[in-house]
Design a protein around this ligand. Structure first.
Ligand code: NAD
Ligand code: MG
Length: 439
């Protein structure tokens, strides 16, 4: 108990020091929860204040460790053992991979959220020194433990909100891949983090790029944020042919290897819609300052335009290990496992505006970002259910955006919802999609 109190205090000092410097340096900061520093020297000052480089590796809780982001996170941790150590790995049902991961990296805890899957874990299956916990409540408790220094939130979909909320409630620094937290409950999550001293550092590659670009200016100088999009596998397909797209075709992404849900979202460009909403709350910018640009090479991860016309972009090979590592090591930059460019080879970068006829989802994202309130939660839930329906063969590819538009338009909008309102409308939107698909 005594150790708990000390550690909690220690974490709080570190976080409030960061917030203090963010405020002093930028003056006109949009949101201290997510805004980066504007000067490297400020970051160095903070390091000095908290005692220089971490003497001990940061203990990381990886929520969704068996997924695409989760396994990349474990790569980063394995490549930087002097900086990070895995404290907790959590997954839904994929116990076989979870156990493999536990044997490879020896965390203190593994959490299986689904009790039925956990029941299949045999006696002696875990490595020595690793304990098993079961269920979402256990995950909430462990995430809030003073032993956890960083939380990687990489559970897919609305299911990720709960544990991200628990982490922010405990004032943790969250490396946020689960964009749904901000899409569904952006203002609530940002207010919570401000209250508790929690911090969100984005993992989504576009938002990581923006976070990095914002370090070159201050909030009032930002005129536009441009999110880049690969355009997915159907970037050049005719709109008439999109109705015949199969799940197998949609699951083949040209530049990124990701989980199935986000891969379908990339094919419809709903992923960009969700990212517009995510950016709106994360950086506290009006929706009118957010734009989308198709960039098929996925090398420029996003850009920020400043008042003088300068555009600052972040470039790197498409590899999620870089934004994950950045979110874990921030405010420092460290060496890691990410691939590097070979500048001796020719390289071409293309950019084009998205086609609104073939990708109507982008408009829905602009609309939901502008409306705020319950619009993001409803769009997200409708889309999750529609993607499930598409993968199950119940609806067509082009139905996804159509049903989302309808549910968004018809929903009982609330401008300033509570978390309960958000959850209720999430359920309502899912039922509407199911009803629509059954007609
Ligand atoms: P994935 O499908 O590969 O993995 C999902 C993980 O979440 C798995 O470990 C699974 O066990 C766990 N999970 C699922 N349901 C759960 C539940 N109810 N409770 C607890 N755990 C549960 O997904 P992913 O592609 O790694 O994406 C994870 C998150 O990161 C998503 O929010 C996605 O939008 C975001 N993201 C992913 C990428 C990427 O490159 N994959 C890029 C940017 C953002
Ligand atoms: Mg992204």
């Amino acid at each position: 108990m005594r150790e708990k109190t000390w550690r909690q205090t220690h974490v709080k000092v570190e976080v409030s020091a960061l917030n203090f410097y963010t405020f002093v340096v930028t003056h006109r900061v949009l949101s201290p929860v997510a805004m980066p520093f504007t000067h490297r020297s400020a970051a160095a000052d903070v390091r000095a204040m908290v005692g220089g480089k971490a003497a001990e590796p940061l203990r990381v809780a990886v929520l969704g460790s068996t997924g695409s982001i989760g396994t990349s996170t474990l790569d980063v941790i394995a490549a930087c053992p002097e900086r990070f150590s895995p404290y907790l790995l959590a997954a839904h049902r994929s116990t076989r991979l979870l156990l493999e991961q536990a044997h490879a990296c020896r965390p203190r805890w593994v959490v299986v959220v689904d009790p039925a899957a956990a029941a299949e874990i045999g006696v002696g299956a875990l490595p020595e020194g690793t304990c098993l916990a079961v269920g979402p409540e256990a995950l909430d408790d462990l995430v809030q433990s003073p032993e956890v220094d960083r939380v990687v939130s990489a559970i897919v979909g609305a299911a990720g909100l709960r544990s991200t909320w628990a982490a922010l409630e405990a004032g943790k620094t969250v490396a946020l891949a689960n964009k749904e937290t901000l899409v569904m409950a952006g203002p609530l999550a940002m207010r919570l983090a401000e209250r508790t001293g929690g911090r969100i550092v984005p993992v989504d590659s576009e938002h990581s790029a923006i976070h990095q670009a914002l370090r070159t200016g201050v909030a009032d100088e930002v005129t536009r944020i441009v999110l880049t999009a690969s355009g997915g596998p159907f970037r050049t397909r005719s709109s008439e042919s999109l109705v015949h797209v199969t799940p197998e075709e949609a699951l083949k992404h040209p530049t990124w290897s990701m989980g199935p849900k986000i891969t379908i979202d990339s094919a419809t460009m709903m992923n960009k819609a969700l990212e517009l909403i995510e950016a709106r709350w994360l950086f506290g910018l009006p929706a009118a300052k957010l734009a989308v640009l198709v960039h098929p090479q996925s090398i420029v991860h996003s850009m920020v335009e400043f008042v003088d016309g300068s555009v600052i972009a972040q470039l790197s090979p498409p590899d999620m290990r870089l934004p994950i590592q950045y979110a874990l090591s921030y405010p420092e930059r460290i060496d890691g496992p990410t691939r590097r460019f070979d500048f001796t080879q020719a390289m071409t970068l293309d950019f084009a505006p998205p086609d609104p006829d073939r990708f109507p989802a982008v408009r829905l994202g602009h609309e939901a970002a502008a409306r705020g309130g319950t619009a993001g939660a409803v769009l997200n839930a409708a889309n999750e259910e529609a993607v499930r329906g598409f993968l199950d063969g119940a609806i067509r590819f082009t139905d996804i955006a159509e049903v989302c538009a309808r549910v968004l338009e018809e929903h009982p909008f609330q401008p300033d919802p509570s978390l309960d309102d958000v959850r209720r409308l999430d359920g309502w939107a899912r039922q509407e999609v199911v009803k629509w698909a059954c007609v």
